[in-house]
Design a protein. Structure first.
Length: 369
């Protein structure tokens, strides 16, 4: 298989005479690799072993001073047209690991931050807690001490309203925290007045503190072991005792009935105007409310009664009319009662005391309490 006149020189750098494929090469002598019949030597690892051991090197020509870039180009061409060369020999060309490089400079980043309302409440924070100690005075503490006190705290304000001359001051810097003071000026040379202000704090430095960043890590730091789920499982306590039964909520078992139309009677016995029948109720306390309007055609008047289960009078009234029969007297009220379990009935009944009795707008409701 012919590849033209392309060739590579191998220089013997072993320090003494050597043999390459049966040919004796003196020290610093050259062995020419012709590519006329590449298949004949491509699987032979001799050349690659010599190069890897440092006893031979690639050269452009027998002067040893050729352009190494051109030599490299020839070598890449060689390995491209003969893949077996890569498989057989290039793995042996990897040298020993180099020495450790110099340590790089420290990075620059954020220690911690806090978004704090004027009253000292933390809206969002990482690595900081805050305590408002006086008007316009906020004591910030790192959750983990910083490596040194050479950090840079900065602050900014938000939701200031009409305040345009706002300032802050940093004091008492330690590895554990610092004091932030906020004030309002007069846009002139006057002394600032201390004031509670909404603000944000960012702490910059070249070496971030190595703090505990989660409750799970804090749990591990106490000597516990396990996964995050193991930690969460420890937060579940034993089941508590049964609590007392709560009172029924508002509008429990609420039932309502009404009769808006006007009704009349000339009977001296009570006549039913409206009946409310409840669903089956649990035993307990209930609030009954009622409303109606009554009148009569003469001065003898009308009587009205509210009854529970046709046996218990809840309320009653009489209207001995001293007004026009067109005027209806309101009769309303409420009463809490204790009911047994089951179905109950509430009536609004009326009768005449003379003339013709009239009633309208009758309404009843019952609600559990």
């Amino acid at each position: 298989m012919s590849y033209g006149n392309f060739m590579i020189y191998i220089k013997n750098t072993s320090g003494s005479s050597g043999t390459i494929r049966g040919n004796t090469i003196s020290n610093n002598g050259y062995y020419l690799i012709p590519l006329v019949e590449v298949d004949d030597w491509a699987s032979d690892t001799t050349v690659f072993t010599l190069i890897a051991s440092g006893n031979a090197q690639i050269a452009k020509d027998d002067s040893g001073t050729g352009d190494i870039a051109e030599v490299t180009e020839q070598w890449e061409y060689l390995t491209r047209i003969v893949p077996e060369v890569i498989d057989v020999g290039l793995g042996t060309l990897v040298g020993a690991q180099g020495v450790q490089g110099d340590t790089g400079a420290n990075g620059f980043g954020i220690y911690a931050f806090s978004n704090t309302s004027s009253n000292g409440t933390v809206l969002k924070a990482r690595g900081l807690t805050v305590s408002k100690t006086a008007t316009g005075t906020y004591q910030y503490s790192f959750t983990t001490a910083t490596p040194d006190a050479n950090y840079i705290p900065t602050a900014s304000f938000f939701n200031l309203g009409t305040n345009t001359d706002t300032n802050y001051f940093i004091d008492n810097k330690t590895v554990n925290g610092f004091t932030l003071t906020t004030g309002i000026g007069d846009n002139g040379t006057g002394v600032d007045t201390l004031a509670d202000l909404n603000h944000g704090v960012t702490v910059l430095g070249d070496a971030s503190p190595q703090g505990i960043t989660s409750a799970y890590e804090a749990w591990l730091s106490l000597g516990n072991t396990g996964t995050e789920q193991d930690f969460l499982d420890t937060l579940v306590g034993e089941q508590g005792i049964q609590g007392i039964q709560g009172v029924p909520g508002g509008f429990a078992n609420y039932t309502y009935s009404e009769s808006e139309a006007e009704s009349t009677t000339t009977s001296n016995n009570y006549q039913q105007k409206l009946k409310l029948t409840t669903p089956s109720l649990a035993q307990g306390n209930y609030l009954i409310q009622w409303y109606c309007e009554i009148t009569s055609t003469d001065n003898d008047g009308v009587a009205c009664i509210i009854e529970l289960d046709d046996t218990t009078t809840i309320a009653e009234t009489e209207d001995d009319r001293h007004h026009s029969e067109d005027y209806f007297k309101p009769f309303s009220g409420m009463k809490q009662v204790t009911l047994s379990s089951g179905v109950h009935e509430i009536d609004i009944d009326y009768k005449r005391l003379g003339g013709t009795a009239k009633i309208r707008r009758a309404r009843i409701s019952i609600t559990g309490v």
